[in-house]
Design a protein around this ligand. Structure first.
Ligand code: COA
Length: 258
C-alpha cells in the first residue's frame, strides 16, 4: 500500500487516514486503490474489530481529484473508474465491523460518499459537507443512492441539487452527523467511542449490523429468518459461551472474536 492512505492498528481499533494533505485528500486513482486496499485489510484482519476513518491535514477529503486525467467531464485517466467491483467504495463494501468517520474538515463528493456508509459520523466544528457535482455538470451517483437513506428527502435534495456545502451543525440537525465536537477533541472522541465499541462482542456486533443492513432490503419474514440463522451461528461462538459464563459469574467478559 502506498502512502496516500495510512493504516494503523492499535489493539482492536484500526485507523484509516486519507493522506494527500497537500491536495486536500482528493481521490485520484492511486488513493482510490489504496483506500480500497486499506478497507480490505480492515475487513480481513482478525484483530481489527472497529474502524476509524479520518483525513490528514485540514481536510477530510475534497472529493474526486479534478486533475486526475481529463477532469470532471471526461474519462478519468488511469485507474479512477477502473473495475468498480461489487465489493468496493461504490457498493459500500461487505464489511460489517463498526466504522466511525472522524470528519476533520471539508468532506465533499467522494469523501461524503464514504462518510454516508459509516455507522457514526463525528464531525469537528470545522467540518463542512457537500456534493459539488451538479456545479461541475455531473450527477452525484452513489451520493444520490446513499444520502436519501440517511437524511430526509428535501435535506438530501438540498445538498445534491444545489451543490452547496453545509457546516457541521447543519449536518447534525438533518441527521447526517451524529455529534459535533471541538476540532482539537475529534480524534480523542473517536478513540473513546471506539473503546466503547470494543467492549461489545465483535461477532455479535457484526451479526447485528449485518442484520440491520439486510433487514432494510428484505421482506419481513425473510429478515426474521435471516436474523434467526445469524443468531444460531453466532450463538455457537466461543464469545457467546464466554458472555454467558461471564454474566453468570458476574465478571467482565474477555472476547476473542471467535
Ligand atoms: N481535486 C484536485 N485537487 C484539489 C481538489 C480536488 N477535488 N480539491 C482541492 N485540491 C487542491 C487544490 O488544487 C490546491 O492544490 P494546489 O495548492 O496545488 O493548487 C489544494 O488542494 C488546496 O485547495 P484550495 O482550493 O487552495 O483550498 P481552499 O481552502 O481554498 O478550498 C475547497 C477548499 C475544498 C473548498 C476547494 O479546494 C474545493 O472546492 N475543491 C474542489 C471540490 C470539488 O469540486 N470536488 C469534486 C467533487 S466531485
Amino acid at each position: 500500500m502506498a502512502d496516500t492512505v495510512l493504516y494503523e492498528r492499535r489493539g482492536h481499533v484500526a485507523t484509516i487516514t486519507y493522506n494527500r494533505p497537500d491536495k486536500l485528500n482528493a481521490v485520484n486513482g492511486e488513493l482510490r486503490r489504496d483506500l480500497n486496499a486499506a478497507f480490505a485489510r480492515f475487513r480481513d484482519e482478525e484483530e481489527a474489530w472497529v474502524g476509524i476513518v479520518t483525513g490528514a491535514g485540514r481536510a477530510f477529503c475534497a472529493g474526486a481529484d479534478l486533475r486526475d486525467g481529463a477532469g470532471a467531464t471526461g474519462e478519468f485517466a488511469g485507474t479512477f473508474w477502473e473495475k468498480p467491483t461489487l465489493n468496493s467504495f461504490e457498493s459500500g463494501w461487505e464489511i460489517h465491523k463498526p466504522v466511525i468517520a472522524a470528519v476533520n474538515g471539508p468532506c465533499l463528493g467522494y469523501g461524503l460518499t464514504l462518510v454516508t456508509w459509516c455507522d457514526f459520523v463525528l464531525a469537528s466544528d470545522r467540518a463542512t459537507f457537500g456534493y459539488p457535482e451538479v456545479r461541475l455538470g455531473i450527477p452525484a451517483m452513489v451520493g444520490a443512492i446513499r444520502l436519501p437513506r440517511r437524511v430526509g428527502w428535501a435535506d438530501a435534495m438540498e445538498l445534491l441539487l444545489t451543490g452547496e456545502a453545509v457546516d457541521a451543525e447543519h449536518a447534525r440537525r438533518v441527521g447526517l452527523v451524529w455529534r459535533v465536537v471541538p476540532h482539537e477533541a475529534l480524534l480523542a472522541e473517536a478513540a473513546h467511542l471506539a473503546d466503547r465499541l470494543v467492549a461489545g462482542a465483535p461477532l455479535a456486533q457484526r451479526a447485528t449490523k449485518e442484520m440491520a443492513a439486510r433487514a432494510a432490503i428484505l421482506p419481513p419474514l425473510e429478515a426474521v429468518r435471516f436474523a434467526e440463522t445469524m443468531r444460531l451461528v453466532v450463538g455457537g461462538s466461543a464469545d457467546a459461551a464466554e458472555g454467558m459464563a461471564a454474566a453468570a459469574e458476574r465478571r467482565a467478559p474477555r472476547w476473542v472474536g471467535r
